[in-house]
Design a protein around this ligand. Structure first.
Ligand code: HEM
Length: 373
């Protein structure tokens, strides 16, 4: 498709599929012409609408900037690097729980619980409430192929409502608690920002928190699993990393390029646009394929080769432009720490079985059985 039909209309998805690196980068990099807000395409209901009020990944313009600005301070490289000891402890605890096992499901034991625990730590959610978080995150993210349709079906959305309602109530109580008793966490800083700015409400904050929870969870789970799987498939790269831990950051980048957690994103055209010679009417939906852009031979030399020393490596797995993933430094740090601890604890890590999500829904494993020595 990339060569002969780089931008083409898919009847079933009712959207324009974009495959080349240049075109994907253009769609993501021009927020005036390609909107993140899909508008009336998304199913509606009071609870979901409430959550959408803070869901800035689907917004354009000043409101996106305002809401992103609220949390961006908590995700800078510097702040995130300071979380290293905490993430190391959490990762160690999760691995301790399977220490006597010769094989285990890496997703269940580590890749799934780690990201949600880190986000709940950031937010200051009490440890005993973590299972709740895990359940909500699970229910909020649609995985099967039908649900991965651009805006999701009304039925799929309706099925989420009980979890959404429960979560909204939970966070309202958390916000009240922080107002009464401030703590050193992101939830308190959001409440303080609300007091300082009159434009911000509890509902906005709940939407922002929900976004952090959902955006930061399954994507990182997928990355952790992909890292272990890809290194299993490339034992020479794994061997090099074991002795040269400084190569971990570029190896994690290469895993992200090679197996992006999110295969595609969505945008909607604001005006009529011409992309790769193709005229696209105003209001149409566009799906830029990250997984294809990352393998574009016009951008990457030997794109199908997994090369942990690849430089430069401008993959698009965290998006591009104003919506560039806020959690990128955090997700990369978690993966570096997890791989480092796995190498410390085990001489050999072999993937013996795997089960993947539908490849159009999520680029990652549902389960990954590993045999360890
Ligand atoms: C945005 C991927 C981890 C928070 C994005 C976008 C992508 C992405 C592709 C852009 C979406 C778009 O343009 O439509 C990933 C991947 C991750 C990851 C692959 C893990 C490997 C995280 C984590 C957090 C997070 C750990 C936070 C805890 C966000 C937020 C946005 C975002 C808040 C919205 C930014 C904005 O709209 O301005 N992510 N993400 N992500 N991500 Fe991540």
């Amino acid at each position: 498709h990339r060569a002969d039909n780089p931008v083409h209309y898919d009847e079933r998805q009712r959207s324009w599929q974009v495959f080349r690196y240049v075109d994907v980068a253009e769609v993501l990099g021009d927020p005036a012409r390609y909107l993140a807000d899909l508008g009336d395409l998304r199913p509606s209901n009071p609870e979901l609408d409430l959550m959408q009020r803070g869901n800035f990944v689907n917004m354009d313009g000043p409101r996106h900037r305002m809401l992103r600005g609220l949390v961006s301070q908590a995700f800078t490289s510097k702040v995130v690097t300071a979380l290293t000891p905490k993430i190391t402890t959490l990762t160690g605890e999760l691995l301790d729980a399977v220490a006597d096992r010769e094989s285990f499901d890496l997703v269940d034991a580590l890749a799934y619980p780690l990201p949600v625990t880190v986000v709940s730590e950031l937010l200051g959610v009490p440890a005993e409430d973590r299972p709740l978080f895990r359940r909500w995150a699970e229910q909020l993210f649609p995985f099967n192929e039908e649900d991965s349709n651009v805006a999701g079906t009304q039925d799929a959305m309706d099925a989420l409502i009980p979890a959404v309602r429960e979560m909204i109530e939970y966070f309202r109580a958390q916000l009240d608690r922080r107002r009464a008793r401030p703590a050193d966490d992101l939830t308190t800083r959001l409440v303080e920002a609300e007091t300082a700015a009159d434009k911000l409400t509890d509902d906005d904050i709940i939407g922002v928190i929900t976004l952090l929870l959902t955006a930061g969870h399954v994507t990182t789970t997928a990355l952790l699993g992909n890292a272990v799987l890809t290194l299993h498939e490339h034992p020479e790269a794994a061997a090099r990393l074991r002795t040269d831990r400084d190569a971990l950051p570029s190896a994690v980048d290469e895993v992200l390029r090679y197996r992006p957690s999110l295969p595609w994103l969505t945008r909607r055209t604001a005006t009529e646009v011409t992309l790769a010679g193709q005229v696209i009417p105003a209001g149409d939906v566009i799906m830029p394929w990250l997984v294809s852009a990352n393998r574009d031979e016009a951008k990457f030399r030997d794109p199908d080769v997994f090369d942990i020393g690849r430089r430069p490596n401008q993959y698009l797995s965290f998006g591009h432009g104003i919506h560039y993933c806020l959690g990128a430094p955090l997700a990369k740090l978690e993966t570096r720490i997890a791989l480092g601890l796995l190498f410390d604890r085990y001489r050999e890590i072999a993937v013996v079985d795997d089960e993947f999500h539908h490849p159009f829904a999520m680029g990652g494993a549902k389960s990954l059985s590993v045999a360890v020595v």
